[in-house]
Design a protein around this ligand. Structure first.
Ligand code: ADP
Ligand code: MG
Length: 718
């Protein structure tokens, strides 16, 4: 039994020794040695770490000093590199701190484990000692008990031992991990060391650059110092010489001062005197200003009175002018008949038919002669324009009429004559030499501008065409649309044309645009514009509305500029179909025009306005106070002589009626050539009952005026 116990003891002792030796093998000798290899290694690492930290701190310190000494350049390459390195260093430092913390934790843990193991060993030893004692006593029951106890305890101790072994194993693993961590930390430390070395190298480079810059600066400073000294020296020399001059001057001035003193005294007294004057000056000035103001007010008042007087006189003059103008127009007659003979142009050719048959009276510009079949007929009108007459001459004659349109009168200007006699030339003219239409509007613009201080005047234009007794709007989008003439629904008896476009014009450009539009629209249906224009009446209707700015009086004047269809007698030439219808319509409307004018001038109670579209449309502008001008166009050539005579007869008839109505002399005459003018017969018919016998006879010339039968209107009316 004892031997058995002893065997157990020996075995336990052996196991204990084995454990101890294993522990020694692992490098974990308890307290006797105090530090294991691991601990030593740890200590070395900690020391190394501290050293690195110190070096890093030192580098940082130097780096900060260097940075502080560097000029601030935020954008340069070095600064950027610097900040990047600094960031890296901060990251490394943080990592280092973390590792250090982990290391200290590990150390603490190791210490705890070692202490625990020492305590257990102590307990084990104590138990072995107890066993030894029990063995020594060797009492049988006690031994038995002890043996039993030992058996039990030895198994427990075994268990403890196994636990200690497994713990040892775990600790070994931990130590392995820690070693690995340490290696990584070493690696990181080396990296940070390398970064720090790079930083140091850069710092040194910067220091070198700084030193170089400092050196250059010092050299520059030295140079500047030298220059400064030299400049100071020069200035000093200069100042010294100037000082000398100033001294000399001062001496001179001192001398002068002595001589000036009496003059100064006089000046002082003068100054005091002036001061007194200045003190009194504001009062004097105020008086003068108020006096001048009074005089100015007085002058202004006088000027105002004079102005008002002038204005009164001006207005009176204006009224007189207007009165004179109206009187002039009245004296000329409300219907005037002029004649324009067109020149023979190159286009007319040079055949025997193109001989000139028209001649003029050198002393009377109202007379012209037409030679035909060996006889010469004389025609007297209000004025005759010879072929050389310019567009401006024509316009000068009609200008007064156009002006009266601004004064609120209605005016009609007709161009009458056979096709090719120059109607369109007179009314429209050429772009470089415009006719009545454009000149009239230009004249109106001038008048509008002249009267703009007293009047607000607006000019609008419409363009229309009467073809085959149909009225068409030449400014409309759809010119083929027919227009109707209607009685105004307001009961005023005025006529109006719904849909007739009116365009406001303010400049020659505006006029040209409107005319162009009218021209384009007129040409739409017909292949030949001239053909169309010879068979239709073209109307340019200009309305002038005005408001007097002081009195508020409103005026409306209308100017109708009409290029009539050709007056040639197409009906006689055996035309048929549409051509005949056109001819009939033209004849009808021209006859109606003649009838209306005759009826108007002979003051008949019934005026046949409704006999044609043309007279119906122009009703307002032909009746009442309106003024009419008929420009009869004739060709001077032999081949046109019949038409020329017809046109002139028509003109003369119209004029004779008007002259009769105005109480002026009229000349009765008849067709020498006995031409069968449809117009003539129509006019005769219109005058039937008033002067039944409208005897024919030779046309007498101006030279035979005394022989002419002059009849008063009253005579004509019987
Ligand atoms: P109408 O309109 O009566 O048919 P136009 O005005 O077309 O006649 O004139 C016919 C031709 O005669 C045109 O070539 C025109 O230029 C020319 N003509 C008419 N009158 C004159 C004139 N006073 N001076 C120069 N040429 C004229
Ligand atoms: Mg024409």
């Amino acid at each position: 039994m004892i031997s058995c116990l002893q065997e157990d003891k020996v075995r336990l002792q052996e196991e204990l020794n084995t454990t101890e030796s294993k522990q020694q093998g692992l490098g974990s000798t308890p307290q006797s040695q105090g530090t294991t290899d691991l601990e030593k290694h740890l200590e070395i690492l900690v020391l190394e770490n501290d050293r690195l930290k110190q070096e890093l701190n030192g580098s940082q310190l130097r780096f900060q000093q260097f940075r502080a000494s560097l000029p601030t350049c935020t954008d340069c390459e070095h600064s950027k590199e610097n900040s990047r390195l600094r960031e890296q260093m901060t990251v490394l430092q943080l990592e280092l701190e973390e590792k250090t913390r982990q290391l200290s934790e590990l150390e603490q843990h190791l210490k705890d484990v070692l202490q625990d193991r020492a305590e257990r060993e102590e307990r084990l030893n104590k138990r072995i000692r107890d066993c030894h004692l029990a063995l020594a006593k060797q009492s049988t029951p006690g031994v038995k008990y002890m043996t039993k106890k030992m058996e039990v305890e030895s198994s427990r101790m075994k268990q403890d031992l196994e636990e200690a072994q497994s713990r040892n194993h775990y600790l070994q693993e931990q130590i392995g991990i820690q070693r690995q961590l340490l290696t990584e930390q070493e690696q990181q430390l080396q990296d940070s060391w390398r970064a720090s070395a790079q930083l140091q190298a850069q710092i040194m480079m910067y220091e070198a650059e700084l030193e170089q810059a400092q050196g250059e600066m010092l050299t520059a400073l030295q140079k500047m110092e030298d220059e400064k000294n030299q400049a100071i020296e020069e200035v000093f020399q200069h100042a010294r010489s100037e000082m000398k001059i100033v001294h000399d001057n001062l001496n001179g001035v001192r001398m002068n001062l002595l001589s000036i003193q009496p003059a100064l005294k006089t000046l002082t007294s003068d100054y005091n005197c002036l001061k007194n004057h200045v003190r009194d000056f504001p009062c004097l000035l105020q008086d003068a200003v108020s006096q001048t103001k009074k005089e100015i007010y007085q002058a202004v008042e006088e000027a105002k009175e004079i102005n008002q007087d002038l204005l009164r006189k001006y207005k009176r003059e204006m009224q007189l002018r207007k009165k004179c103008h109206n009187e002039l127009v009245r004296l000329r007659g409300n219907i005037r008949v002029l004649c324009r003979v067109r020149p023979i142009t190159r286009e007319d050719g040079a055949g025997p038919d193109n001989r000139n048959v028209v001649s003029f009276d050198q002393d009377d510009d109202a007379v012209l002669y037409v030679s035909h079949r060996g006889k010469t007929s004389m025609f007297e009108l209000d004025k005759v324009f010879q072929p050389y007459a310019l567009q401006a001459d024509i316009f000068r004659e009609v200008q007064a009429l156009i002006t009266s349109c601004i004064d609120g009168y209605n005016v009609c200007i007709f161009a009458y004559g056979q096709t090719g006699s120059g109607k369109t030339y007179t009314m429209e003219g050429l772009p470089e030499d415009p006719g009545i239409n454009q000149r009239a509007l230009q004249h109106l613009f001038g008048e509008v501008a002249e009267r703009s201080t007293d009047w607000d005047l607006t000019i609008t234009v419409s363009m229309a065409e009467i073809y085959n007794e149909t009225l068409r709007n030449l400014l409309a989008k759809d010119p083929s649309e027919k227009l109707e003439i209607k009685l105004s629904p307001d009961g005023s008896g005025q006529l109006y044309v719904p849909g007739l476009i009116q365009i406001r014009v303010q400049s020659v450009d505006d006029i040209n645009k409107v005319f162009e539009l009218g021209r384009v629209n007129r040409a739409t249906d017909f292949t030949n514009v001239n053909e169309r224009s010879s068979r239709s009446h073209a109307l340019l209707i200009v309305s002038v509305t005005g408001i007097n700015l002081t009195s508020g009086v409103r005026t409306t004047g209308k100017l109708n500029l009409v290029d009539l269809a050709g007056s040639e007698r197409v009906g006689k030439s055996g035309a048929e179909g549409p051509r005949l219808r056109e001819a009939q319509n033209i004849n009808k409307s021209l006859l109606a025009l003649g009838d209306v004018i005759c009826a108007l001038r002979s003051k008949q109670p019934y005026i046949p306005f409704r006999n044609s579209k043309l007279t119906y449309l122009l009703q307002d502008s032909l009746s009442g106070d309106s003024k009419t001008l008929m420009m009869v166009q004739v060709s001077p050539m032999e081949k046109n002589v019949n038409e020329t005579i017809c046109s002139l007869k028509f003109a003369q008839r119209v004029r004779s009626v008007e002259l009769g109505a105005a109480g002026r002399r009229v000349e009765n005459q008849h067709c020498s050539s006995r031409q069968e003018c449809e117009l003539e017969s129509s006019l005769s018919a219109a005058q039937q009952g008033r002067h039944n016998s409208y005897p024919g006879g030779n046309i007498v010339g101006k030279s035979t005026a005394g022989k002419r039968r002059l009849v008063a209107s009253s005579e004509l009316n019987h």
